[in-house]
Design a protein around this ligand. Structure first.
Ligand code: GLA
Length: 414
């Protein structure tokens, strides 16, 4: 009898819930069809850290259009940490009223009017890394307000997340974004601690694989309780991860430091080329309003960007490493290949590359750079010059300065 009464009660409460419209089933999967190639955009953190305000963000959107970056494929204007004001008595977050007096909806409208998209930043924990209000306990309210503002991209950080499990915390914000109903690219930023590449594919569109980038080519910055890593260190830390990347889900080795004053022109080229080779998000981190010609030329090198944005979405790989000279390869559409020589040393190197000796084979996608059966023409993607034909009979010869790259596209000859 007790059992019957209990079942009846369950039935009645389920029916009441349905009648009240409470039959919503959480959807813990990300928005599909977004970021089918690595996201391209700009983020405030690397250059401005907490110094963000609406005028600066609007000027960045203007500059993205005026400089030709938008035409080159950059889309997202992303505000990082410290835009936040307080939560109101109902728990809804508001932007800092001094820095963003017009509000986020007006800012999103402005950015959208330029044909660009707006990104914002929050944190799975109680506070962001910059000590602003985090989303813990407010996930659904935050997602709802972001949707009302028209936010298109969310970078979701991992500071002050004690006691949380990363997979669950990121699934919660995904469910909240889904419920809010406005498509958002979700950038998982938990620094690779809990191997997001193993669980992130259906949860977010990109995931940080490492701690923060530091503005140097080849160094580690020890901050005491945490370390930040130079371009080469971060590149090395991508080892073993390429199998997890693909259209809609990318390894994120952090944002670009190009044009931020510490890298030489060669290092800027190398940074941009290697991030393109490993199908990384291309999120510029410099002041777009005042960059010099050299910086802009790197950021809008369309042929390097084409390697990054290639529709196959295959993350490139290291083929060989000899005395500081690395060779990298990336399979591209129509059986094309990108081949990059990276001189990690500080001294110039002579490249004398015998195509017959080194086998270039992508063992995950089973793709072969088959010079025996295919003829490829070679183009240098930085000086834009043709470099003849790739053949097993003739070695490729070139001089390469320290910390520089020789980036080639091999195109199948008709
Ligand atoms: C963390 C992230 C950075 C940046 C800062 C903001 O360190 O990894 O990319 O967002 O927080 O405080």
């Amino acid at each position: 009898m007790k059992k019957i009464i209990f079942s009846l009660l369950c039935l009645i409460s389920a029916a009441t819930a349905m009648a009240q419209g409470n039959n919503y089933v959480q959807d813990y999967t990300k928005y599909q069809g977004l970021a089918m190639t690595p996201p391209m955009g700009w983020n405030s953190w690397n250059k401005f850290s907490c110094n963000v305000d609406e005028n600066m963000i609007k000027q960045m959107a203007d500059a993205m259009v005026a400089t030709g970056m938008k035409d080159a494929g950059y889309t997202y204007i992303n505000i990082d940490d410290c835009w936040h004001g307080d939560r109101d008595e109902k728990g809804f977050i508001h932007p800092d009223p001094t820095r963003f007096p017009s509000g986020m909806k007006a800012l999103a409208d402005y950015v959208h009017s330029k044909g660009l998209k707006l990104g914002i930043y929050s944190d799975a924990g109680s506070q962001t890394c910059g000590g602003r209000p985090g989303s813990r306990g407010y996930e659904f309210q935050d997602a709802q307000i972001y949707a009302e503002w028209g936010i298109d991209y969310l970078k979701y950080d991992w500071c002050n997340s004690e006691g949380l499990k990363a997979e669950g915390a990121y699934k919660t914000i995904t469910a909240a974004l889904k419920k809010a109903g406005h498509p958002v690219v979700l950038s998982i930023c938990e620094w690779g601690t809990d191997k997001p590449w193993e669980w992130g594919q259906n949860v977010g569109h990109l995931w940080r694989t490492t701690g923060d980038i530091f503005n140097c080519f080849d160094c580690i910055k020890d901050h005491g309780s945490w370390k930040a890593f130079g371009v080469m260190q971060i590149l090395d830390m991508q080892k073993g991860l390429r199998q997890y990347a693909g259209p809609g889900h990318w390894n994120d080795p952090d944002m670009l430091e190009i044009g931020n004053g510490q890298l030489t022109p060669a290092e800027d080229r190398a940074h941009f080329t290697m991030w393109s080779m490993i199908a990384a998000p291309l999120i510029a981190g410099n002041d777009l309003r005042s960059m010099d010609k050299e910086t802009l030329e790197v950021l809008i090198n369309k042929e390097i960007i084409a390697l990054n944005q290639d529709k196959l979405g295959i993350q490139g790989f290291k083929v060989s490493d000899e005395d500081g000279l690395e060779v990298w390869a990336k399979p591209l559409v129509n059986n094309d290949w990108a081949i990059v020589f990276l001189n990690r040393s500080t001294t110039p190197k002579k490249i004398d590359y015998n195509w017959a000796v080194q086998k270039v084979y992508d063992d995950i996608n089973k793709l072969d750079l088959s010079l025996a059966t295919t003829t490829y023409s070679i183009k240098n993607l930085w000086d834009k010059k043709d470099k003849g034909t790739a053949t097993t009979k003739k070695a490729l010869k070139a001089d390469l300065n320290g910390h520089d790259v020789l980036a080639l596209r091999l195109t199948k000859k008709k």
